[in-house]
Design a protein around this ligand. Structure first.
Ligand SMILES: C[S@@+](CC[C@H](N)C(=O)[O-])C[C@H]1O[C@@H](n2cnc3c(N)ncnc32)[C@H](O)[C@@H]1O
Length: 267
């Protein structure tokens, strides 16, 4: 997965992600994760795949007594996030191999990151290694594409523009881990107990179709697949027009469904 650009945020991508996608798509679930994290009264929190720090900021606000270590694979993400969310300790790190001693944290949190990991049972075993006994792992993974209004309509617009040759990142990665039975099996295979898997629908809001088109086409790994279709600015303009045809000029709202998962390291 890592070789095809699906896990890379480089150059201007983190800034676009933070400006367009975080407020529309990721912040509502960041608040939901932080609310659930606070219920555990954690003291030492590790965040994996923290991106531009939206979950991190919500965690710091919801858990004022916690020390939060936030990490992400992409240096460009951490460079953008660190000055924006200075209350956390930031590290560039692969979530599959968290570089921390055993039993370092009582809570591990990951917002929409596990879908990027090629071997999830092995990654979950690593989460168990860095947790204390009875420590918790709280994460989110998207439901199906059909249950994410913005991404469903964006994929329709992409398929209109590039019939038979549209980017498939959104189907393959963010929505490629929507089966809750598989999530539970992977957690158990990684040595964790499943506490709860809740399917949660929240409302996304965007100023208009341009925010969604620009966000995904230039601030997500969809970008890597679009570059083979010629000039990116031209593609973004055509994509915005195609999306406007489908959803209208905005402002936009859309239901977005995700699974919010809580697991526990056994004693
Ligand atoms: C959809 S973003 C989510 C970011 C943030 N948690 C949020 O809710 O906005 C996915 C993030 O996963 C990161 N990522 C991808 N593969 C990773 C890996 N193997 N280890 C750590 N982070 C990874 C990306 O750099 C990106 O920041």
């Amino acid at each position: 997965m890592s070789g095809d650009g699906s896990t890379r945020w480089v150059g201007s991508m983190p800034e676009v992600y933070a400006r367009c996608l975080v407020p529309a798509v990721f912040r509502p679930f960041a608040r939901e994760l932080a609310r659930r994290a606070a219920a555990h009264g954690p003291r030492r929190v590790l965040e994996l795949a923290a991106g531009t720090g939206v979950v991190t900021a919500e965690l710091l606000a919801a858990c004022p007594d916690a020390h939060v270590t936030a990490s992400d694979l992409n240096e460009a993400m951490v460079q953008l996030a660190e000055p924006r969310v200075p209350g956390a300790t930031w590290r560039v790190a692969d979530a599959a191999q968290p570089p921390f001693p055993p039993g370092s944290f009582d809570l591990v949190v990951c917002g929409f990151g596990v879908m990027f990991l090629p071997d999830r049972p092995a990654a979950y075993a690593q989460v168990g290694r860095v947790l204390v006994p009875h420590g918790r792992f709280l994460f989110s993974t998207w439901g199906t594409l059909a249950d994410h209004g913005f991404e469903r309509d964006l994929v329709r617009a992409l398929e209109r523009l590039f019939p038979g040759d549209a980017p498939t990142f959104l189907q393959r990665v963010p929505h490629g881990y929507a089966d809750t039975a598989r999530v539970a099996d992977d957690l158990r295979a990684g040595g964790l107990d499943v506490v709860a898997i809740d399917t949660v629908t929240l409302e996304g809001r965007a100023d208009g179709p341009e925010q969604i088109a620009v966000g995904y086409a230039t601030g997500s790994p969809v970008r890597a697949e679009l570059t083979r279709h010629g000039d990116l600015d031209t593609t973004v303009a055509r994509l915005t027009a195609a999306l406007t045809d489908i959803v209208g000029p905005g402002p936009l709202t859309a239901p977005m469904t995700a699974h919010v998962v809580e697991a526990c390291r056994p004693a």
